[in-house]
Design a protein around this ligand. Structure first.
Ligand SMILES: *Cc1c(COP(=O)(O)O)cnc(C)c1O
Length: 395
């Protein structure tokens, strides 16, 4: 018997639940694209994206593309063929970005990491110190790896690069972390930051964002991987049409405008606090269920667990029956494991447009599935989450 009728929820790490206000902002006719209101809309979005990235001076770019497009946009603008790139592995996503760089003609070295822990800044420093000729031109890392559920310490990695006295560009993927946890492009010395619309930014998939520091802009001038569509220089001119290298993705921009308004109204500190609380509640539930020895956290060190997504490892039980139960019987779509965790994990996303009842409903659906499928688990995961929130959210 299904109890799934009612509003269904997405608890996958992208796309995420889209606020009604964002959807409604898109329900309107198209605009003329060369002047007037669209120019003002674009200028405001560029400013607000700069603010969300934590920068005062970075140049921002909006591409009609998904996150992978944002990766390519970032790489093509600052790399030259044969450049060496150091990829800091901590799951799937930095590796994917590095594979793209290799395809495009860079020489890619992976600093091996663990799927169960954050990048070690000391290892980064040690590797960069050995690069005496400064052959490495860019360091690539993700803030939150959506596959492993790790949150890397972006400020600490910057310090490691500085401690090694290395001039490489510091390039950070913030697709699953922007507007979920603090991101400080200027304060952390990030040269190129990128993100996408469909995760913490609560907008439909289809927009990629890149922010570039002055240093990145200088490197860009002589980069030879540039191509017309992604090119920053072409997008820096006055002509509005060229800001998108063609017709702007108008309706996605209308949606993004509404989402950024919501973000500014709630405020980034409150948004980060909300995500931290919801993540903490999720951890309280998973810790309780883990007492049954059938499931556990993927990321071992609690402080390294992401604020936006929690992958849960399954020991000797299949993920599919749990995700199917949650979806068909409860109306909640959970994430499944990807990369090394394919078939071995489920992922609970708590990012973007998510509040306590949405999260508690998701956790409740999982607990129902554990119960219904007779998976051994510690009882009371949902009440642990309720207690966690009840104690902390009141103040
Ligand atoms: C989702 C995601 C991407 C890729 O975004 P797509 O829109 O699926 O191309 C890249 N990096 C991270 C960290 C992500 O979570």
């Amino acid at each position: 018997m299904s109890v799934a009728n009612g509003r269904s929820l997405l608890a996958i790490p992208g796309p995420t639940n889209i606020p009604d206000r964002v959807l409604q902002a898109m329900m309107r006719p198209a605009e003329e694209i060369y002047s007037g209101p669209m120019e003002a809309l674009t200028a405001g979005l560029m400013d607000d994206l700069r603010f969300v990235f934590g920068s005062k001076a970075a140049r921002t770019y909006i591409y009609p593309a998904n996150g992978h497009g944002g990766w390519e946009a970032a790489l093509t603008n600052v790399l030259s063929r044969g450049d060496k790139v150091l990829v800091l592995a901590s799951g799937r996503f930095a590796l994917g970005w590095g594979e793209m760089a290799e395809f495009m003609g860079a020489e890619v070295e992976v600093l091996e990491g663990s799927w169960r822990a954050a990048v070690d800044p000391a290892a980064v420093e040690e590797r960069l110190r050995r690069d005496r000729e400064h052959a490495i031109k860019a360091v690539l890392v993700v803030q939150i790896d959506t596959a492993s559920g790790v949150a890397n310490d972006i400020a600490a990695i910057r310090k490691a690069i500085d401690a090694a006295g290395h001039p490489a560009l510091y390039m950070v993927d913030a697709v699953a972390s922007l507007a979920c946890m603090p991101f400080e492009m200027d304060a952390w010395g990030i040269d190129v930051a990128m993100s996408g619309s469909q995760k913490g930014l609560m907008t439909p998939p289809g927009l990629a964002f890149v922010a570039a520091s002055e240093k990145a802009d200088a490197v860009h001038k002589s980069a030879n991987m540039r191509t017309p569509y992604w090119d920053w220089t072409a997008r820096q001119g006055k002509l509005h049409y060229m800001k998108y290298c063609g017709t702007p993705p108008e309706h996605l921009l209308f949606g993004l405008r509404a989402a950024l308004d919501m973000i500014k109204e709630e405020g980034l500190p409150a948004i980060c606090k909300r995500h931290a609380l919801l993540a903490g509640a999720t951890h309280a539930a998973v810790s309780t269920w883990a007492e049954g020895q059938a499931l556990s956290f993927n990321i071992i060190e609690p402080a390294q667990r992401a604020a936006s997504v929690t992958p849960v490892l399954l020991k000797g039980i299949a993920a599919d029956p749990i995700t199917e139960f949650a979806q068909k019987i409860c109306g909640v779509t959970l994430g499944s494991g990807i990369g090394d965790l394919t078939g071995k994990a489920l992922r609970i996303a708590h990012m973007g447009h998510c509040n306590a009842p949405m999260l508690l409903g998701t956790l409740g659906a999982i607990e129902m599935a554990l119960q219904g499928l007779k998976v051994p688990h510690g009882a009371g995961g949902v009440s642990a989450a309720v207690n966690y929130l009840g104690e902390r959210a009141a103040g």
